[in-house]
Design a protein around this ligand. Structure first.
Ligand SMILES: Nc1ncnc2c1ncn2[C@@H]1O[C@H](COP(=O)(O)OP(=O)(O)OP(=O)(O)O)[C@@H](O)[C@H]1O
Ligand SMILES: [Mg+2]
Length: 485
């Protein structure tokens, strides 16, 4: 939003701009710049509803999965230890949100049951003498009705607390980190016993985790989200430890919920870890366009003012996201960014035009983020492809890329990678969706790999520019003219 667009609301002659970002009118009254910018179309009623951190009240089209997981977890409310669970599903299929909601519901139900037991016990106790208190507890337990949650047999385990620990293994990606996280999450934030983030021998971390778990005297459900990343990074030793941990505990029991994007991850586990972790498998299928539409409609009702979005906007966002793997996160992103663009434009309504703009913006942002985070050698390979494109080679070959890259890398005094290593980097760029590679056969004359980038040069170059690569400015690529592909 440029200030130029809002000037008509305040006569330009009355405005001076101060260095600290407010606009002052000449009569001496300071007006907050945000008041001035906040003039136009209001679309968002509550933008938090479309953020990742928001946990919705309802999860349409996940009732079956929620039911299946709840059925596995319900023994927790009877004082038993539920089976371990592994949840699989592609990105944005609701695995994390479903697990978080279920943990909250389980916790609430367990607190409710505990309170109810206590109330019943107190009521009976009031009518009886102290000497009868033990008998009284037994009667209290026996009169609690056997509803769908409570089993017929009440045991001393009934009073075992349920605690859940959520761990994102992309961040906690070593055995040390996972174990310290388990121990620390059982302690108050200011507790002196909290384990340091590094520096202890792993055996000590293990034994301190065990003692903290046992002191908790609870049923502890550990959710290992993105477990595939942990396994790929450090193997399955930590999972072996966690799935066997009940053998070393007296008062606490542990159940594990693993969440993975990668269905094949079980192949990387030792058979005994596989059978323990995967004793219950739940699969989250990608959403289709109609399901995504339902999900978005629920959110849109809370997020936007009535009448502020065009009728077809939700279907359009759902359709686009359905084509891209049925990812609910993408669908929500698209809706949020479209609304932000419309609001920034002071448009009174969110229309499909903004969805198209948002789609482009999200893709550009993604590409720029990926390109910026590439290792230097990959950046030079990509820079070579873009330079070849600028010099007319919209489709280029491995040979041209390798030669151009070698020239650039040596100009920058870097180690020059061999052909095979460059091909590996090309494959990685292809996997990231930055370029496309395709093998073309020339019959008797052999085969060649054709490389192409459909991303606008400016988007890539703006992320590559600066740093060492600016030294390559003006250096032409090695174009080898061959027939067009
Ligand atoms: N059925 C649903 N109803 C409402 N919102 C949903 C539903 N499914 C997913 N979402 C929302 O979509 C977003 C992505 O969901 P979530 O993070 O649970 O996906 P995920 O399967 O864990 O993805 P990843 O594998 O990338 O971690 C979240 O904002 C979540 O609230
Ligand atoms: Mg997730």
């Amino acid at each position: 939003m440029k200030l130029r667009n809002i000037r008509p609301h305040i006569p330009p002659s009355c405005i001076i701009r101060s260095s600290w970002g407010t606009v002052k009118s000449l009569n001496g009254l300071a007006t907050d710049i945000f008041d001035i910018l906040d003039l136009g179309g209001k679309i968002f009623k509550n933008r938090e509803v479309l953020r990742y951190s928001y946990i919705p009240d309802t999860l349409p089209h996940r009732e079956r999965e929620i039911g299946s997981i709840a059925r596995i977890l319900i023994p927790a409310l009877w004082g038993d230890t539920p089976s371990n669970i592994i949840i699989f599903g592609m990105t944005g299929t609701g695995k994390t949100v479903v697990s978080k909601i279920l943990m909250k519901a389980l916790q609430e139900k367990s607190n409710f049951i505990k309170e109810r037991n206590l109330r019943t016990f107190m009521e009976i106790q009031e009518e009886m003498s102290d000497s009868e208190s033990v008998r009284c507890l037994n009667s209290a337990l026996s009169i609690i009705d056997h509803d769908d949650v409570l089993g017929p047999e009440m045991s001393q385990q009934l009073h075992r607390q349920i605690r859940s620990i959520y761990i994102n293994c992309q961040q906690m990606d070593t055995a040390y980190r996972v174990m310290t996280q388990v121990a620390n999450r059982l302690l108050p934030f200011s507790d002196e016993d909290r384990l340091p983030v590094s520096g202890l021998p792993i055996d000590e971390v293990h034994s301190r985790m065990l003692s903290k778990l046992d002191e908790a005297s609870s049923l502890v459900i550990i959710i290992l989200d993105e477990i595939d990343r942990l396994i790929m990074k450090v193997g399955d030793d930590i999972l072996y430890t966690l799935t066997r941990i009940n053998e070393d505990l007296q008062r606490t029991r542990v159940a594990i919920i693993g969440i993975s994007n990668n269905l094949k991850i079980m192949d990387y586990l030792e058979p005994r870890v596989r059978s323990s972790l995967g004793s219950e498998e739940i699969i989250f299928e990608p959403y289709n366009a109609l399901q995504l539409k339902d999900i978005l409609e629920h959110r849109a009702k809370e997020a936007f003012y009535q009448g502020s979005i065009q009728d077809n906007v939700v279907s359009l966002c759902a359709g686009i996201a359905a084509q891209e793997n049925g990812d609910a996160r993408k669908a929500l992103d698209l809706l949020r960014v479209s609304a932000e663009l419309a609001e920034r434009d002071h448009s009174p309504k969110l229309t499909d035009l903004y969805v198209k703009m948002a789609q482009k913006k999200i893709e550009t942002d993604r590409v720029q983020q990926v390109v910026k985070s590439l290792p230097l050698q990959s950046k030079i390979v990509l820079y070579s492809i873009i330079q070849l494109k600028i010099f007319g080679r919209i489709k280029t070959t491995t040979k041209e890329v390798v030669e151009t890259y070698s020239n650039y890398a040596s100009k920058l005094d870097l180690i020059v990678l061999g052909r095979r290593q460059v091909v590996n980097l090309l494959n990685e760029l292809d996997r990231l969706g930055i370029i496309q590679t395709k093998v073309i056969s020339f019959g008797r004359h052999g085969r060649t790999t054709v490389i192409e980038s459909n991303i606008p040069n400016t988007d890539v170059l703006s992320s590559l520019q600066g740093g060492l690569l600016s030294e390559l400015k003006g250096l032409k690529p090695k174009v080898i003219y061959r027939p067009s592909f």
